[in-house]
Design a protein. Structure first.
Lengths: 437, 199
């Protein structure tokens, strides 16, 4: 512990068991020359990378720095909005990582010095590294919609980072009168969890249908199409009253796309009125999900491109801007992989394997990646999208494996949709366990 | 001992050798298997409640299953879409990885009386091929893992067999028919309780 004294280590609130676990794992300390990895951010990408590096090589000293004491998954947070599950059920702590010998530090990273290979925190600590993995998730482009900013978002939540705002939005939906209007503004591409806003519409419609059936949902969308488009269109129509051929017609759900005037330019918080090309829309509950960019620390560390995301080498997830710093999860440019929890988990393992191999003086192994996303339209009716990816050495990029993946078939099969619903919950249990335990 | 050797030893201790690439240029079994964990659990041990564990399965069974999914011969929600992403060598490498893991029986609630009835049915109709309460796989018969597997998954499998969506082998067809003639659908429910009761 060069820059980080034992006293500070304990002061940082890291359980003594963390150190104990390191020993029981078998610490291959050779003259104190253990390689050091510092991970910035304890979401799906960061936590998975931490765990898997320790699983792959327990001699590596892994420190994970995270601002929050616990993490709320964005995935399945839409079920909290509909009342199908509790906020606590999507909450995860870091004691599981400590059992793998990961040192978890509760602090905010304020800077990364790529030359000195040093991470600095608000708490005044410095952490030196051989390799750093940055996984800050997304931040919002607050400038995109006039009148909507971080402060306003406390009462008109985006709820696109699960936690307090999820609880606020649920509370507002519960308090809304029957016959009220819920207005949602999804973001422009690319953004975290492409099917997420449309699953949210389905979950809130599910809540309205059974509790406030006279209520309606208006989606003001800056896009012409979205993820799982046909499946959501059919699903909304099947369960909630929606006309895919005439999406702005009467029905519980109205979708105003970019061509129909769905592009929003401002928001008046005092009257809860969203101003779009098609006119002003007053909501009883309003949910604005702003356009997104890489998390703040990625900008501070100079890891972003002109579009606000972090370019990486798809084989190692090492930044193409700064050596020895890797970026995984929503903030990196891993297209054609989407910005999803499953993708972050998969990217983190490819990155972990590369980091371990590089620290050992070898070269990064051939990667393999998968994405799987489930969306619950209604109980007994869940859909999925899946894709297998590989790395094209000659082109130097991640590619979709031809012929693989795709969507749940459009033809409704009640038996298989029910299974997909059950598999959604299994996926949730397994991916969170794979990440945090 | 050189540092490299030590690190190799560390890797082996964890059972996650990255260096064992299956074929030139292909991803290793471990690397491929990591991508399955989101639904099948770390190293293939599923936390359930529906998605099946695949850790410690018979190698040939895993290879055959992947080929059946890939060809669309076996009913699935998502597996056919995923299996199409892998070459024969990939399938063999990941199957070897999962076959090398330890099978962990899932802890589930079960009905004691039904499990007892199911145990009798199992002994009479199933045990010849599905030995040790269905926790031993017979590679020659391509038998699945039953005892300690997640109940919803097994119930889907029974439903697919009954609906003719999945083809039974000759022996199983005969035994299943006799079992069903005697015990009916309740027999299937009892068998499910018996497999869920295995610890």
């Amino acid at each position: 512990m060069n820059d980080f004294t034992r006293r500070k280590f304990l002061k940082a609130g890291v359980a003594v068991t963390a150190a104990g676990a390191t020993l029981s794992y078998g610490s291959f300390a050779i003259g104190g020359s253990n390689k050091k990895v510092v991970i910035v951010g304890g979401g799906i990408g960061g936590a998975t990378a931490a765990k898997y590096i320790r699983m792959m090589d327990s001699s590596v000293d892994v420190t994970l720095i995270e601002a929050n004491k616990s993490y709320y998954t964005c995935f399945l947070s839409n079920e909290v909005l509909s009342g199908e599950r509790t906020l606590d059920s999507i909450k995860f702590g870091y004691s599981g990582l400590a059992k793998h010998g990961v040192k978890v530090v509760n602090d905010v990273v304020t800077g990364i010095d790529a030359d000195k290979r040093m991470v600095k925190t608000a708490g005044g600590d410095s952490f030196s590294y051989d390799r750093c993995i940055v996984a800050p998730g997304v931040d919002f482009k607050w400038e995109a919609i006039d009148g909507y900013d971080a402060k306003i978002a406390e009462n008109t939540p985006h709820a696109w980072k699960a936690g307090t705002q999820t609880a606020t939005l649920r509370k507002q939906l519960k308090a809304m009168k029957d016959g009220g209007t819920f207005v949602m503004v999804p973001p422009t591409n690319p953004f975290r969890c492409p099917p997420g806003p449309y699953e949210r519409v389905a979950q809130i419609a599910h809540y309205f249908k059974h509790n406030k059936p006279k209520s309606s949902i208006i989606i003001l969308d800056p896009k012409k199409k979205f993820s799982k488009f046909g499946l959501f269109n059919a699903g909304w129509a099947r369960h909630y009253g929606y006309d895919p051929k005439n999406p702005t017609a009467a029905g519980m759900i109205k979708w105003v796309n970019s061509e129909a005037g769905g592009i929003v330019d401002s928001y008046d918080a005092a009257t809860k009125t969203v101003s779009a090309d098609a006119g002003n829309f007053k909501g009883d509950v309003v949910n604005i999900i702003p356009p997104q960019k890489a998390g703040k620390i990625a900008f501070i560390a100079g890891l972003t491109n002109d579009k606000g995301w972090c370019p990486i080498n798809g084989k190692t997830f090492e930044s193409t801007i700064h050596k020895n710093i890797h970026v995984v999860g929503d903030s990196c440019v891993a297209a054609p992989m989407p910005k999803s929890g499953y993708a972050a988990n998969s990217e983190a393992k490819v990155c972990a394997a590369a980091v371990v191999a590089l620290l050992q003086g070898g070269s990064a192994p051939t990667p393999a990646y998968v994405n799987t996303c489930y969306s619950i339209i209604a109980p007994g009716d869940a859909i999925s999208v899946a894709m297998v990816y590989s790395y094209d050495e000659s082109a130097g990029k991640i590619i979709k494996v031809k012929g693989s993946g795709g969507l749940t078939p459009g033809k409704f099969d009640a038996v298989l949709r029910e299974r997909e619903h059950q598999y959604t919950y299994s996926w949730f249990n397994n991916i969170t366990s794979d990440t945090f335990n | 001992m050189k540092r490299n050797t030590l690190l190799q030893a560390a890797l082996l201790t964890c059972g996650l050798s990255l260096s064992a690439a299956s074929v030139a240029g292909g991803a290793s079994g471990a690397m491929l298997a990591y991508t399955c964990a989101g639904c099948h659990g770390t190293n293939g041990v599923s936390t359930g409640p529906a998605g099946p564990s695949i850790a410690g399965f018979d190698y040939d069974y895993l290879v055959d299953s992947m080929h059946q999914f890939k060809a669309g011969e076996r009913r699935s929600t998502i597996m056919t879409r995923i299996a199409k992403g892998y070459t024969d060598a990939d399938i063999e490498a990941m199957s070897k990885f999962f076959a090398d893991q330890k099978y962990i029986l899932a802890a589930q609630e079960y009905d004691k009386a039904a499990a007892k009835r199911g145990g009798k049915l199992h002994k009479k109709y199933c045990n010849n091929c599905h030995e040790d309460a269905g926790t031993l796989q017979d590679p020659d018969e391509d038998t699945g893992m039953l005892g300690g597997q997640w109940r919803p998954y097994l119930s889907y499998t029974f439903a697919d067999y009954q609906a003719g969506e999945r083809e039974m082998g000759k022996k199983m067809k005969k035994k299943f028919k006799s079992m069903h003639k005697k015990a009916g659908d309740k027999g299937i429910a009892d068998l499910l309780e018996f497999y869920a009761s295995q610890k």
